[in-house]
Design a protein around this ligand. Structure first.
Ligand code: NOJ
Length: 764
């Protein structure tokens, strides 16, 4: 045997030994933790166990250690008694240390607290909103972004994030569409996995990792009418094949917690659903972590009409498998009595407390409750260069070029008079989105700032045009949009007239999307559409930059404006990322993770729809087919769509075999992707299938693979994909996964509307 071959075998052997050793160590640690939890449980009173299941919002006044009277005094008393298992919204190494000290030093058993926080897209230094990150289709970058967020949050004392939100949504009206990964279960599942791995790393007890929480189990993104918190009534096929996959992926990635949901699902509030929480998540999927309720959602079961009072709500939620009560106060108030009256089983309390304590052990909190409370570490990590670089990188990757007809982009670096118009161009707050409790207000880099500072020598002239909003916005108040004041229009037109090119930054205020921010109109809010049309009259060389937390229906703009850039809410480095794209120092490669409607009336509009029984392409003038008489069926921009400054062509789509046996199907497809344009660039190569006939009807297209490839100008690469039973099958209405024989179509391209196709057969 050659010495190189011997070396290779030796290396493989070493890797094997190392990985079995790591597995062995992890298993040993697990067994040790189980034993510790059991012995701790044996020391605990019923009240103390229930206390672990109780989570309070922070009451700590950061300016002093004395809690205010009333509810916060009660919380303080409970903390000292060991009746609080977790707190949320306490942040900062020193503040967390103070509450942790009460739990550890003043309670009988000194059990440390879980410190939860909504680290949704960063802690203080913000990454793009999750929907924007999903547009990168770059799983490594998304994972790194979650790692980065965990690093900053953990330095501020936090050990548990309420993220990722893995709710699929097809409804742009729903404000929380910004918080998820879009409309597709396959992409959503991959992103869920990447985010969980990013937050939790390989070892939860490391200082820079935190426990993740997949939320909201389940169906929250399907709220009727897109109105937040509203009723959800969906069929099995959608639930099993569209809603569940990202949750299942999070569980498989080892997520330590789940959050249930505010909504009812098919008549049962999710918080009180034993089927969702015990039967599916804990039994069928084998989840060993714990479930936290959503904020007050146990008490909300009274309003839903499921429980008649708080005591009953507590019993229902516990029975259903909801392990921790976020801010309903009902577990701590009623569970002891309920056990004593024999109305709930003590073993359910043991099970919930065990799950919670286990996560605390896994985080290493028993070894050192203050492991996340190091002020020096906090000072050196929060907002440091590495974190800023990281969020800038993610922001560039999240941008989607929607249109560039006259090649206005990329911009030349000299000799241009650039007019910049729109309140959002100079807005340092909106790019932060709405989930940014720890970030400083108005701390983002605006487009205007970034363009002025850019390494280019064009002249920049700014005009606001009109205010977008008229009150001080915040997480808790309703934003007031300017609907009338056009007094700034004339100044904007003057600027536009004297410019070679006009950059207009239009869209939504940061606080127009997010929780409780549903909209019935999906156009540009306020007077922005009028401003756009007025400017277009005097100078049509417009580059429209969209800032928004949801798909917008911008049909007029698509028809008239030559260049459109989807820049979402990109976080702290927003302006810098946009400027790099505008100047071509970064070639955009984002693809939409969600379809953009032409009008609200089309919603829900999504790429993986099912055919009706009616013809999909009828003869002209035929009326009896499934359509609107005043609008097309197709979206304005489909899922998976996005342009680049360069161009990619797809050729030579091939299958290795055209038939495969159902027992162990394997289909291999390949395609040659060529960069035929003038720039180096990246392309997301997407593979879709269609199962033509099945026992449960299948969508016209389903994403089943994608790869992000970098190609230099003129370069080409052959990309291969494999399909197996996991990707070829689906869930039937009994939640059984099945692969069925028959003909499948296979499509590959740079968007879900690709027509490059072939077909294969799965045989008996
Ligand atoms: C309610 C939201 O629905 C949930 O996602 C969030 O984590 C909690 N509030 C805590 O802030």
């Amino acid at each position: 045997m050659k010495s190189s071959a011997r070396l290779l075998i030796f290396l493989v052997f070493l890797v094997f030994i190392f990985s079995s050793q790591t597995r062995f160590d992890l298993n040993k640690r697990k067994t040790r933790i189980d034993a510790k939890v059991d012995s701790l449980l044996s020391l605990m009173t019923l009240e103390e166990k229930i206390g672990q299941m109780n989570q309070y919002n922070g009451f700590w006044d950061v300016t002093g250690p004395v809690p205010q009277s009333g509810a916060s005094e009660k919380k303080y008393e409970h903390l000292k008694k060991g009746w609080v298992g977790s707190m949320l919204n306490v942040r900062g190494a020193e503040e967390v240390r103070k509450v942790q000290e009460i739990a550890v030093k003043e309670s009988r058993l000194g059990i440390p607290l879980l410190i939860g926080f909504d680290v949704i897209h960063g802690y203080k230094t913000l990454s793009p909103i999750p929907l924007a990150e999903a547009a990168s289709w770059d799983l490594e970058a998304i994972k790194r972004s979650a790692e980065n967020a965990a690093l900053e949050a953990s330095a501020a004392g936090i050990n548990w994030t309420f993220a990722p939100m893995v709710d699929i949504s097809r409804d742009a009206r729903w404000g929380r569409v910004m918080e998820g990964a879009g409309e597709d279960p396959f992409l959503g599942a991959q992103i869920a996995r990447a985010r969980v791995q990013g937050f939790q790393g390989n070892d939860l007890s490391e200082k820079h990792t935190i426990a993740a929480c997949a939320k909201h189990l389940a169906g929250y993104g399907f709220a009727e009418g897109g109105r937040d918190y509203n009723t959800v009534d969906i069929g099995n096929s959608t639930l099993y094949n569209i809603v569940f996959p990202p949750f299942k992926a999070a569980q498989e990635a080892g997520v330590r917690t789940f959050m249930n949901a505010f909504n009812e699902l098919n008549g049962v509030p999710a918080t009180g659903s034993e089927w969702l929480q015990r039967d599916i998540l804990k039994k069928k999927w084998g989840f060993t972590g714990f479930i936290v309720s959503d904020w007050g959602s146990i008490a909300e079961m009274i309003n839903h009409g499921r429980a008649s009072n708080g005591k009953e709500a507590a019993a229902i939620a516990l029975q259903a498998g909801s392990d921790m009560d976020m801010e309903s106060y009902l577990y701590v108030e009623h569970l002891t009595t309920l056990v004593k009256e024999g109305k709930v089983e003590a073993s359910l309390i043991d099970d919930a407390a065990r799950r919670i304590l286990k996560v605390k052990y896994e985080l290493g909190l028993f070894e050192d409750p203050y492991r996340y409370c190091d002020k020096k570490r906090e000072d050196s990590i929060i907002g440091n260069d590495q974190i800023r670089e990281m969020v800038l990188d993610m922001a560039k990757k999240s941008i989607v070029l929607l249109k560039n007809d006259k090649n206005l982009l990329p911009l030349k670096k000299q000799g241009l008079h650039i007019g910049v118009i729109g309140a959002l161009a100079n807005d340092k707050d909106s790019p932060l989105g709405s989930w940014r409790i720890a970030a400083e207000d108005s701390s983002a880099i605006s487009v205007l700032e970034a363009l002025k500072d850019y390494r280019a020598s064009n002249t920049i002239t700014y005009a606001k045009g009109a205010d977008l909003y008229t009150n001080k916005t915040s997480f808790t108040n309703q934003v007031k949009i300017n609907q009338n004041d056009k007094s700034g229009f004339s100044e904007a037109l003057k600027v536009a007239k004297s410019s070679d090119v006009v950059i207009m930054v239009l869209g939504e205020v940061g606080y127009q999307s997010g929780e409780a921010r549903s909209r019935t109109r999906l156009g540009l809010p306020g007077v922005q559409q009028q401003l756009l049309e007025a400017v277009f009259q005097v100078n049509s060389n417009i580059i429209l930059i969209l800032n928004n937390g949801r798909p917008l229906a911008i049909t007029w703009a698509d028809k008239h404006i030559p260049s459109i850039v989807e820049a979402w809410q990109l976080g702290s480095q927003s302006g810098n990322a946009i400027a790099e794209v505008l100047y071509g120092d970064y070639n955009p490669s984002g693809k939409l993770p969600v379809s953009f409607p032409r009008s609200v009336g089309q919603v829900p509009v999504y790429y993986n729809y099912k055919n009706t029984g009616r013809p999909s392409e009828p003869a002209p003038d035929v009326v009896f087919w499934s359509h609107y008489i005043d609008e097309e069926n197709t979206p304005l921009y489909p899922f998976g769509y996005g342009l680049s400054y360069t161009e990619f062509t797809y050729e030579n789509l091939q299958l290795q075999v055209k038939k495969s046996k159902i027992e162990d199907p394997l289909i291999e497809a390949s395609v040659k992707v060529v960069n035929t344009g003038e720039y180096d660039g990246k392309e997301v190569v997407q593979l879709y299938i269609r199962d033509r006939h099945a026992s449960i009807t299948r969508p016209v297209k389903e994403l089943k693979g994608f790869e992000l490839v970098s190609l230099k100008k003129g370069e080409s690469q052959t990309i291969s994909f494999q399909l197996d039973s996991n990707t070829l099958g689906f869930y039937d209405n009994n939640y059984e996964f099945v692969v069925e024989p028959g003909i499948f179509d296979l499509f590959i391209g740079g968007s879900s509307d690709t027509t490059l196709a072939t077909s294969f057969e799965i045989t008996q």
